[in-house]
Unconditional design. Structure first.
Length: 198
């Protein structure tokens, strides 16, 4: 099991606890809303005369429908919040990896971003000091003779990852961008994992 899978498992476990609490609260709120709407509908129906029975049934149906729609909205909102929290936590955990796994992750991304072995690598100020030189050197070793990556003096305000500049082309491999791009592809799968059977 590699480091990213362990991170995902850890995220799943941490987030699942939060999800369970929020879903329980959302279900309680939905039950209260449903009970309140049902009580209103029942009271209205009981007070109407027989000639208004059909209108009362229609009103009750409408209130139940509104209640169900509100329940769905609350549930979807909670689920979206939890998916947002999962991706935010993934970014935080990725950025706080120990130096070794963090460097390995950056080297892996460098090799994919610069298969021709060229470019200037821009890190955040913290990452440049922390792992910049080691990551560039490791990527160049792996690239062999074509490894001509350089460490930029310039820094940028990134939470993690790097920017690779090769001529006029800038490849954004910041963790924020990579997670945002991955999110559009895997949000559905993340939601299935966070809310199995939903």
């Amino acid at each position: 099991m590699n480091g990213i899978e362990k991170i995902i498992q850890r995220i799943d476990a941490d987030v699942q606890t939060g999800i369970d609490e929020l879903l329980s609260e959302a279900r309680e709120n939905a039950a209260r809303i449903t009970a309140s709407c049902r009580a209103q509908a029942d009271e209205l129906a009981a007070g109407l005369a027989k000639q208004n029975e059909k209108a009362a049934a229609s009103r009750k149906e409408h209130l139940l429908s509104v209640s169900q729609m509100e329940t769905r909205k609350v549930t979807l909102s909670v689920r979206q919040e939890m998916v947002d929290a999962a991706f935010s936590q993934a970014l935080s955990q990725l950025c706080s990896l120990p130096d070794g796994p963090y460097t390995d992750t950056v080297v892996h991304l460098l090799l994919h971003a610069a298969p021709d072995g060229r470019g200037c690598v821009i890190f955040s100020e913290t990452d440049r000091a922390r792992i910049g030189a080691a990551a560039v050197a490791a990527a160049n070793r792996t690239l062999g003779d074509k490894g001509r990556l350089t460490l930029a003096e310039e820094t940028r305000p990134l939470r993690g990852g790097f920017l690779l500049v090769n001529g006029s082309v800038e490849v954004n491999c910041s963790f924020e961008t990579l997670i945002r791009l991955a999110r559009s592809e895997i949000s559905g799968e993340a939601a299935k994992r966070l809310f199995p059977g939903a």
